[in-house]
Design a protein around this ligand. Structure first.
Ligand code: SF4
Ligand code: SF4
Length: 233
């Protein structure tokens, strides 16, 4: 599913673009990516970062890179960077809205060609730059490094997830099914987000802001200790 999402990225790119809202807001328009960011935030209250683990085009690309660069990332060293970038980026939006005035139009397909994003040489160059960045971080640093360092959508979902947890709303998450863990490290070794899943199993808490609910750890566990479930938290 993720690889398909990546193949469709030339069509869908503008709906995830962090740049396009700047251009749209200066013209008083709320574009498609602003709607998508809002939907990801609301959806994450119940489904966490499921989008990252199942539907994200950038995830599909990075999972391909992981096949030949599988080293885990030292998360604590790098994951704060995306929050810094995200804060600056959102501040620029607010500044634009204050300076250009409140947007008075909506256009989900803003600047697309019949809904297709990459439709001229300019948009192709921009697209290739973004793909190059998403490709080079996992290549140089390790598994899904772009998710940890530059993803502009992850903070929306991390905050949404925390709100859902705080309100104890039902949602999707990992649960510990039994205490048959044999400490084989299988779950940790497959985790695309470099989470020490085995340590989390030992502590009895599988909640982690980097978890994208992909279910790889559950699939890898030979004892059926971990499961992906929808229910009360
Ligand atoms: S902890 Fe499990 S579900 Fe979460 S990202 Fe890692 S492998 Fe996927
Ligand atoms: S894969 Fe299963 S048995 Fe192995 S360490 Fe992880 S939870 Fe324990």
């Amino acid at each position: 599913m993720q690889f398909t999402a990546f193949l469709l990225f030339p069509a869908t790119y503008y709906y995830f673009s962090p740049y396009l809202p700047f251009q749209a807001l200066t013209e008083g328009v709320v574009n498609g990516s602003i709607f998508i960011f809002g939907a990801l935030f609301v959806g994450s209250i119940f489904f966490g970062r499921t989008f990252c683990g199942w539907f994200c085009p950038a995830g599909g690309l990075q999972d391909c890179v992981m096949q030949f660069r599988p080293e885990p990332v030292k998360r604590r060293r790098v994951r704060w960077i995306k929050f810094l970038l995200w804060g600056l980026w959102l501040s620029l939006y607010v500044f634009l809205i204050i300076s250009a005035g409140k947007p008075d139009k909506t256009d989900f397909f803003f600047l697309t060609e019949s809904g297709f994003s990459v439709s001229d040489p300019g948009s192709l160059i921009l697209y290739l730059i973004v793909v190059f960045l998403l490709f080079v971080f996992p290549l140089l640093i390790g598994r899904r490094a772009s998710c940890h360092i530059i993803c502009w959508m992850a903070p929306f979902m991390i905050i949404g997830r925390k709100l859902g947890n705080a309100a104890r709303l039902p949602g999707m998450g990992l649960v510990i099914e039994n205490d048959n863990c044999i400490s084989c490290n299988g779950c940790t070794s497959v985790c695309p987000m470099s989470i020490d899943v085995m340590a989390n199993v030992s502590s009895g808490n599988l909640e982690d802001q980097d978890c994208i609910l992909c279910g790889a750890c559950a699939d890898a566990c030979p004892k059926g200790v971990i499961a992906l479930r929808i229910g009360r938290r």
